[in-house]
Design a protein around this ligand. Structure first.
Ligand code: TRH
Length: 388
């Protein structure tokens, strides 16, 4: 049975990077397209949204795209109407004028605090907890995305897996994709690896490992912070300054390094589907790599006191527990070295040596996660139960 259509306001603040807006844009589309909800997305920085979705005009205070109303907000914004369901993404803080309207509202409403994705078990305990706003006393629900049925589930479009599988089984679609993003299609037999990461000086170990492989490899470097680390590393090896130009390639032994432009979010998804191995980061690309059903290496967003390494281990424990213990160790070593900026070339070679098993596991994991209802479906049901 379909959900009742409700009005939704999603508030997003762009702190840095693209993860927060990337997730909120997906949530808005999934609620609107798959759950038939009426969505307004409030964003404080439309330039970031424009980068992942170029159809957005960053100069407009309000616009409509894909049945979603997209509005600019800041602390001074005023609000003529407020919605039945309010999603405050990643503790961004609702503007005062909106809070004042919420306080005056007599009809039922549901205030959701959308939290970051974590595999840590405490997320199960905290999911769906209700807590009054400290100053206003208005109840807020904490909503934790997660990998188990005791959490709020994972973001995905209802037709995502069908699209992934169609794309991956269709060489013409894949060739067309490379052409659309301005890249020569990889040669038959060439291994393709995408690289999206924060700064990491140990990236040259990846270059060393790949350049010495027996089979040719293509490294598709996204337009992200890792490109600076790669440029610096290449300069220490005698390559000229600014040797990394978008759209161009560089040959080192068996390795071709290609520099990509910043892609639209839909194109970035397809990059993940098309590659054999994906280096991903943060939250959104990390999850999309899992939906791609391909092996990946995660560069997690760093937190104070190395809290991110606990989060990394919690995920690895969940992700690898069905693998033989030696392969578990290979994945754990690789992701730890990468996150601690100490990647060794040998670690990557060992990982590639176990590629076939890792691929089988990535497909198994994708199918396991697919059994969960999508997050937007669960969230719509969750809020409906609290509005009735
Ligand atoms: O950009 P990120 O590092 O975002 C991070 C994390 O979400 C982190 O949890 C959060 O606390 C911090 O921001 C503030 O990585 P993430 O989450 O993978 O988001 C990147 C988004 O950018 C994702 O939606 C994919 C998109 N993207 C493109 O659209 N085009 C591109 O070319 C690339 C490389 C990415």
């Amino acid at each position: 049975m379909g959900q009742k259509t409700r009005q939704w306001d999603i508030f997003c603040k762009v702190v840095d990077n693209f993860g927060d807006i990337g997730v909120c844009w997906r949530l808005a589309k999934q609620l609107s397209h798959d759950e038939h909800q009426q969505v307004r997305l409030w964003v404080d920085d439309l330039h970031s949204l424009h980068q992942i979705e170029p159809a957005i005009d960053p100069s407009l205070q309000q616009q409509h795209l894909q049945q979603i109303s997209i509005c600019h907000w800041d602390a001074q914004s005023t609000f003529e109407t407020i919605a039945e369901v309010v999603v405050e993404a990643f503790a961004c803080g609702l503007p005062d004028a909106y809070l004042a309207r919420l306080q005056q509202r007599h009809a039922p409403f549901c205030w959701i605090n959308l939290e970051y994705l974590t595999a840590e078990t405490w997320a199960e305990d905290c999911h769906a907890m209700i807590s009054p706003h400290p100053r206003l006393g208005i109840p807020q629900y904490f909503y934790f995305p997660g990998f188990t049925d005791k959490t709020g589930g994972l973001f995905r479009e209802q037709d995502l897996l069908a699209r992934v599988r169609l794309f991956q089984s269709n060489p013409a679609m894949i060739d067309d994709f490379w052409q659309r993003i301005g890249v020569n299609p990889p040669a038959p037999g060439e291994k393709i690896i995408s690289l999206f990461a924060y700064e990491n000086e140990s990236v040259m170990a990846l270059v060393d490992a790949l350049s010495h492989q027996s089979a040719p490899t293509r490294l598709m470097v996204t337009n992200s912070k890792i490109r600076n680390s790669l440029q610096t590393g290449l300069e220490t090896r005698g390559f000229p300054q600014n040797c990394l130009q978008t759209g161009q390639s560089l040959q080192i032994g068996a390795l071709t390094i290609t520099f990509l432009p910043f892609l639209h979010q839909d194109e970035y998804d397809q990059l993940l589907w098309a590659c054999d191995l994906n280096f991903v980061r943060g939250e959104d690309s990390f999850l999309r790599a899992q939906w791609a059903g391909k092996p990946f290496v995660w560069h997690i967003y760093a937190q104070d006191e190395n809290a991110h390494l606990v989060k990394l281990d919690a995920f690895l424990t969940r992700y690898t527990h069905q693998l033989p213990s030696d392969l578990q160790q290979v994945l754990r070593k690789c992701m730890h070295e990468w996150n601690e900026h100490q990647l060794a070339a040998e670690t990557i070679s060992t990982l590639l040596g176990r590629y076939a098993e890792y691929l089988t596991h990535a497909v198994f994991w994708q199918k396991t996660l697919e059994k969960q209802p999508p997050l937007a479906r669960q969230l719509a049901q969750f809020s409906e139960n609290r509005l009735k």
